[in-house]
Design a protein. Sequence first.
Length: 510
Amino acid sequence: MSVETLHPLYRAEQVGELDRRTIAGGIEGFALMQRASAAAWQVLRERWPGARSLTVLCGAGNNGGDGHVLAGMAAAEGLAVQRILLKGIDELGGDARLAADMATAAGVDAEPWEPGMTFTGELVVDALLGTGLSGEVRGAFLDAIAAINASARPVLAIDIPSGLHADSGAVLGKAVRAAATVTFIGDKLGLHTGAAADHVGELHFRALGVDAAAQDDLMPAARLLEERLIAAWLPPRRRAAHKGDCGHALILGGAPGFGGAALLAAEASARLGAGKVSLATAPEHVVASLVRRPEVMVHGVRGAADLGELPGLADVLVVGPGLGQGSWGQGMLQVALDAERPLVVDADGLNLLAIRFPETHRPDGRRDDWILTPHPGEAARLLGWSAAEVEADRPAAALALRERWGGVVVLKGAGTLVAGPSGLVVCPFGNPGMASGGMGDALSGMLGALLAQGVPLEAAAWLGVLVHARAADMATRDGGERGLLAGDLASYARTLVNPIMGGDDAAATR
């Protein structure tokens, strides 16, 4: 299955170009504005059908214009509309001025923004700042955003929550926390990663009749993972399959005192279908590992020399969970690097790489047969950046990691990013319950299992991230987000990688 079939995401500049081309092709700008406002109005009515009053905050430019048009539509439908202006009508030009005048002609009063003013609507419509915002929000707009967030009213954001960066998903000082966002023409990358998770709410995309895919020279900035990838890359097994056909994953981890992380990775690898899973861990962890998961072949190793031929017998090595940064972990990492096998590197495996190859512009350490799975702190060490710099532009950080280290990079966090030969892919699944220890260890084991079964490197990264996040979503249905454990994911992940066959096929397998 090709990445080109996945839902495309664009940067703000690209969407602006799509807008310009559409207008140049014969659709008037104000007609597009009316389409956008009608789409936003439809979402509002579907989401809050009982609402009888609105407060619409309008800025300058087309985003404010959308708000003016929507205010007029709401008034025409009999809703009480409070229209608050951050820019006076006399300061507006072009389509935004036309939209503001039409709302006035429809009988919608306009109030200038004043700090401390009362919002009279049951709902708030955010039409303050559009996708062109690049610097921090200041002045009256900053105050208005703070007032929206303090109002305790549900918010519909038009195109993007004001204050959110359309490309990176970073908050530019302060951003509106919306219950729902409706975005237009091209879906924006920044709505799907980083801080966007706290601000976008329920996302609705409306193309407004613009076919972005027809613009061959405008390549999407990223794509969204979709669950249909699972069946595409993991078809039902042959009836005559045996464990040797399903690959052998070796987990290198669990330094003295850190055995749990490596065991979580091993168990996840087994549950995702690796035919054989070996675990090389400190000797004191062997008994507990066998009691917990006897299907895993556990080897107690005091150091690299105890591994013997084991790395050469495996199809893929996972190095990092519970590895530590002492001599034991350093030895395990060296074995992995020398093994000439595909690798998954996580946790202290990444930290040791950053120590070993500290110069960020040298090719040392770069290879094309590994998946690296850093969280923002580990990513910062691998790049020589600060963690704040990584979080300020997660897409740029993921691409920089891929450029520096090669292979495929999984930058974990809200809206996990996968950077590989096909570009950026974003995971739209997952939940705050995943903010607990061991989640990354489970992911690394899943990735190892997929590679062991012959899934190509980049596709394995997509599938591993997808299955990991979806399994966490499924697990929360049975008990909520708080208290979700990494060990809870394995059984749900197993269900996901075994799509239920329908019809006669299902009957034949019973």
